[in-house]
Structures are given as C-alpha cells and as structure tokens.
Write a protein that binds this ligand. Structure first.
Ligand code: NDP
Ligand code: OXD
Length: 306
C-alpha cells in the first residue's frame, strides 16, 4: 500500500506514528511524493499536493473538523474523505468544558476580581437546578461532553441538525429547537463543525437570545462566532464571559481585542489536542480494513460539510 503524508505541522511526529501503525506500507512525506498513492493522510495540505498526486482510494483528514480540507480547491471531488472521530479528543474536551462550566457556575471570575481588590465577600450559592448548560452540536464530542457533565448535576440541553436522543439531555433540532436551547441556557457550549450552514451562526441575534449573564464556551471553530457581535454583547453586559479556544484567524493576531478583554479567556486551540499515535492507529485500522475490501469508516458528507 502506498501512502502520502502531507501535514502543515508536525511532519516528523506523524511520520513516526504512521510508520509504527502501518509498518508494511510505503510511506511518502510531502513534498517527496510519487504521482499516485492509494491513500493520503493530510492536515491542511497545500493545494499543490492534490494537483501533483492522484489519490486512488481515500483521503484521511488528521483532525476531527474537515472545514480546512474541504476548502482546498484541488481536493478531488470523487475521492472519499475521512475524519478523526474521538481518537482521544473526547476525554480532553470533557475536561476543558467541565472546567469552563464549573468556573462560570462557581463565579471564579468574580472571586478573582474580588481578590485583586482585596475584598472578602462571600456570594450566595447559585441555584444549580436552573443552571442549564446548552450544547450546540451533539455529535461525537458534544455527546461525550454531555455524558461527562451529567454527574455534575446541571440540567443539560443539546442541539443537532437531526433529532437525537441522548440519555439525561433535553435534545432539540432545527431553528425552533435552537431558540428553545438558547432561552434557558446559562452556559452555551459550541461544538458545531464549521459548515456553510453554521458559519456566523453565533451572531448578535442568536447570542442575544441567551439570558442576561450567560457564558459562552466556543470549542468548535472560530468562524461560528461573529467576533464583533460577541465583543459588543460582552461590553454591554448581556454576556458575562466567553471562554474561547478557536478563532476566526489562528494564531489569534497580536493586538486582537480578545487578548486583553477582561471577560474573555483565550486558549490556543488546545481544548482537544490531536494525539499522534491514537490518531494514526485509528486511521491505520480504517484503511487496512478498506484495503482488505471492507467499508470505509469515518467518511464525511461533503455536501453537508462535516
Ligand atoms: P460530529 O460530526 O460528530 O458532530 C457534529 C454535530 O454538529 C452533530 O451533532 C451535528 O448534527 C451537528 N450539526 C452540524 N451541522 C448542524 C447544523 N446546521 N445545525 C445543527 N446541528 C448541526 O463532530 P465532532 O463532535 O467530532 O466535532 C465537532 C467539531 O469540534 C469539529 O468539527 C471541529 O470543528 C471541532 N473540534 C475542535 C477541537 C479543538 O481542539 N478546539 C478538536 C476537535 C474538534 P447531527 O447529529 O444531526 O449530524
Ligand atoms: C480538529 C481540531 O478538528 O484540532 O481535530 O480542531
């Protein structure tokens, strides 16, 4: 089996992981590429890659979100695209979101301010029974986050494109469903993919439907949020805080207003890091099964964009 590895970063780590996961394969690392390969293993590959190399069987995206790959203009239309599903990311996402939800519920930002001012001022405990966490995107990661939050006792609501049943979560879909999730949500967690239908979804109109004092946690993609609208709602006090791991432009440019905003926490796209060995093992198992004549697992719907 002939493979091409083309990644924007960490080429050596990926090469080592795939060499271990697929020891019998002929692995080429971009730009050292033959004219034809069976499978391509890519993360943000240069457009030149698919112009130079014909991929016969499938293209494996070395990440969960395929938005960047689907934007590559030379991506062949007739070759299936796979994405990572969990591969060690769900556990990390649960940790990140649980931390953000608990920080909001336990008013850690307020206590940090009080400490800076040298003020000793216990605040009354918030009512957990009405402190709802709403999760936009109830796929692999959103469902894992819901399951991880359940033992903490918050009421949970989830939103997806199609109706879904998830134990312990009030689930909704469609435009009406979104309104219902937003109306009673104290912490809104965004775990949607970036697609033509979701980009810019979190604009002033949508975010303003959250109750006053709500918090936003965006771990999906930066372009789901209209950044100036978010800033305005924070500055007006409608939103209490935003925990942001993903941004329209990454790295977040120097001088961007998010960097020093008192109500924003910034992390550099680390809520769920891609684990090289777990990811390579998942991709290797999938393409080995496919090469033996089995079905391909993890194929994305290119028309829907995820
Ligand atoms: P999935 O494809 O498993 O889940 C996507 C969810 O979004 C599904 O529930 C889907 O609905 C829902 N959805 C998609 N389009 C719409 C829409 N138009 N309206 C309502 N719901 C919609 O993806 P994952 O859970 O694996 O990953 C989600 C995203 O998380 C990735 O695309 C990526 O952008 C981001 N991510 C971020 C990371 C980070 O470190 N910050 C790391 C990994 C991923 P349905 O269930 O009906 O299909
Ligand atoms: C991913 C990501 O999509 O790291 O896997 O954001």
């Amino acid at each position: 089996m002939r493979l091409l590895l083309a990644t924007a970063t960490h080429a050596q780590a990926w090469r080592d992981a795939f060499a271990a996961a697929l020891p019998g394969a002929e692995l080429h690392v971009w730009p050292d590429a033959p004219p034809e390969v069976d499978y391509a293993l890519v993360w943000k590959p240069p457009p030149e890659c698919f112009a130079r190399v014909r991929v016969r069987r499938a293209i494996a995206n070395l990440g969960a979100g395929v938005d960047a790959l689907l934007r590559v203009p030379t991506l062949p239309a007739d070759v299936p695209v796979l994405r990572l599903t969990d591969a060690g990311m769900a556990e990390q996402m649960v940790e990140y979101v649980a931390l953000a939800v608990l920080r909001a519920f336990r008013e850690q930002r307020e206590y940090a301010r009080q400490q800076r001012d040298g003020r000793w001022m216990p605040r009354p405990r918030l009512d957990k029974t009405s402190y709802r966490v709403g999760i936009l995107g109830m796929g692999v990661l959103g469902s894992a986050v819901a399951q991880g939050l359940l033992p903490l006792g918050f009421p949970l609501a989830g939103w997806s494109r199609r109706p879904r049943r998830v134990d312990g979560v009030a689930t909704w879909s469609g435009a009406d469903g979104l309104d219902r999730v937003l109306a009673g949500t104290c912490v809104l967690v965004c775990l949607l993919p970036s697609t033509p239908d979701t980009r810019g979804l979190l604009d002033r109109r949508t975010l303003a439907r959250l109750p006053r004092g709500a918090h936003l946690v965006n771990v999906g993609r930066g372009d789901l949020v209209v950044e100036p609208d978010l800033l305005a709602l924070l500055d007006e006090g409608h939103l209490a805080s935003a925990t942001l791991d993903v941004f329209d432009a990454e790295p977040l440019p120097a001088g961007h207003p998010f960097w020093h905003h008192p109500r924003i926490d910034v992390t550099p796209h680390v809520s769920a890091a891609t684990l090289f060995h777990a990811s390579a093992a998942q991709v290797a198992a999938r393409i080995a099964a496919h090469a033996r004549g089995g079905p391909l697992d993890g194929v994305v719907d290119r028309a829907l964009g995820y």
